[in-house]
Design a protein around this ligand. Structure first.
Ligand SMILES: Cc1ncc(COP(=O)(O)O)c(C=O)c1O
Length: 489
């Protein structure tokens, strides 16, 4: 860890003495027993690790089945990360000024418009956007990649890896594309991409920066170099990479980057597509409507504008954009490598703990990968992932993701047909979170579940689940949670 802590908030938070972040309810000391070595045997490597930055809900109390409570352990950052306290504070600060963007002459409208446009500058600069690049606000990564899919010249082929999240797979399948099977090593996968490009030119190679299943990072600069050498552009799905690593598209020579606010501590409905303007200026508008046109004639024919406005039809999400910019600012203020080191320390404990438990298999897509973020997919022999996830929540207050993580081809290739579990870390994570999960999995494997579980409408739930929900929530009435689609399976 860098010796020069540039800001006090960071230092306080990382030492675990930050002001508890606001939440619906808070819990100050863990009620669930913490496993591991007794205090007297703590080595420096075993010292407690606190959150890197305060997050909203970091001390939320979770009810356990049977009437107890515990601080909710959120190990599901890869799905949606909690808001940074700095983001929530900024949103509260700007809300009184909320008014229409780009449309009003009133004071609040002018302030909101400036806020929206400065957020665009901040977010673009955060990832190294070049002069001339467009930074288009979208709903999320899925929206951004769908936008791009309609902007690639119609006759251009797109090369896609089958290890992608569905968001970077399905938008491409309805247009000319080639799906490249992922090899067992990164070296062979990159070679397969190169061979595909050498066989026939393509307009675009689109890859994830980091697997949402295994946390393994792909060599983006190398893939960009290969794509460009063959006359193709490169798009990076940064949904999992940008929250964890410094990404500079100019330095990496990446043409397009997409990521989501809700995965980078700004859950206010904004995502972003950043990149070269020429295809985007020539593409059909992403959302036809007000704001995207210069003029419309009596027959309803539009003269579409160019630039970001072409793809931001309708009233923009100024709060979402401001929140995303606030998250970028807070992260940019951290000392260099702070996120990487925080996550590496927690990931090492998580991987060490999980791999010592009999029957646990940590998922890995590439045998030669050397770099990963704090996203760990795993299975437990003889235990159904969906049921384990419910057990972890009901008996230990631990939230993880289970299913096929919207990456069915990759899970199938890894031989995980019934779904897996995924623990993911972030800025608010602490060593106690990791210890709670490892303890819970070890207890499951050695002693089994304490409660009885039943399938209700195809989903596991504790029998007679008595966990209360906030008064405004319908959760208690609708247990078990409706996952909404097949995506989780
Ligand atoms: C690698 C990756 N790409 C894309 C997405 C889609 O993100 P969103 O749901 O915010 O559109 C996800 C979401 O989990 C992801 O992990």
């Amino acid at each position: 860890m860098s010796a020069s802590f540039r800001n006090t908030r960071y230092r306080q938070a990382h030492q675990g003495v930050a002001t508890p972040a606001g939440g619906i309810a808070t819990f100050s000391s863990p009620e669930v027993a913490r496993p591991g070595a007794p205090t007297a045997t703590l080595t420096p490597a075993r010292l407690p690790i606190g959150p890197l930055l305060p997050v909203v809900g970091g001390n939320l109390a979770a009810p356990l089945a049977g009437g107890r409570t515990a601080r909710a352990v959120n190990l599901d950052y890869a799905a949606s990360a909690p808001a940074l306290q700095a983001v929530a504070d900024h949103v509260a600060e700007v809300l009184p000024y909320y008014a229409s963007v780009h449309r009003g002459a009133g004071y609040a409208s002018q302030v909101s418009t400036a806020l929206y446009e400065s957020a665009r500058q901040t977010v673009g600069a955060f990832v190294g956007a070049r002069p001339g690049d467009l930074t288009i606000f979208t709903r999320n990564t899925t929206d951004a990649l769908n936008l791009l899919a309609h902007a690639v010249p119609a006759d251009g082929e797109v090369i896609v890896l089958d290890a992608e999240h569905h968001a970077n797979l399905l938008p491409w399948t309805s247009r000319p594309h080639r799906l490249i099977p992922t090899a067992g090593t990164i070296a062979d996968t990159v070679a397969a991409l190169e061979a595909a490009l050498a066989e026939r030119p393509a307009a675009l190679v689109t890859v994830t920066g980091c697997s949402n299943v295994t946390g393994e990072i792909l060599p983006i600069a190398e893939i960009a170099r290969i794509a460009h050498a063959h006359g193709a552009r490169i798009a990076v799905d940064g949904a999992q990479l940008v929250p964890h690593r410094k990404v500079d598209i100019a330095a990496l020579d990446v043409d397009y980057l997409a990521f989501s606010g809700h995965k980078i501590y700004a859950p206010f409905g904004s995502g972003v597509l950043i990149g070269r303007s020429d295809w985007l200026d020539a593409a059909p508008p992403h959302q036809a409507g007000g704001g995207a046109v210069r003029s419309v004639n009596a027959e309803g024919q539009a003269d579409w504008t160019t630039g970001v406005a072409r793809h931001e039809g309708g009233t923009p999400n100024v709060v979402g954009a401001a929140a995303l910019a606030a998250a970028c600012r807070a992260i940019a203020e951290l000392p260099e490598d702070a996120i990487e080191e925080h996550e590496a320390a927690l990931s090492a404990r998580l991987l060490e703990g999980l791999t010592q438990i009999p029957g646990v298999r940590v998922l890995r897509a590439w045998s030669d990968s050397t770099d990963r973020v704090g996203v760990v997919g795993f299975t437990i022999e003889g235990h159904e992932a969906a049921r384990v996830a419910v057990y972890l929540s009901a008996e230990h207050g631990v939230g993880v993701r289970d299913g096929k993580f919207c990456a069915h081809p990759l899970l199938n290739r890894l031989g995980v047909t019934g779904g897996a579990l995924r623990a993911s870390l972030g800025l608010g994570s602490r060593s106690e979170d990791v210890e709670r999960l490892v303890h819970a999995v070890r207890t499951l494997v050695t002693d089994g579940e304490k409660l009885d579980y039943e399938l209700i409408d195809g989903a596991w739930a504790p029998v007679n689940d008595d966990r209360p929900a906030p008064s405004w929530s319908t959760w208690g009435a609708t247990n078990p949670v409706d996952k909404g689609s097949e995506c989780g399976f």
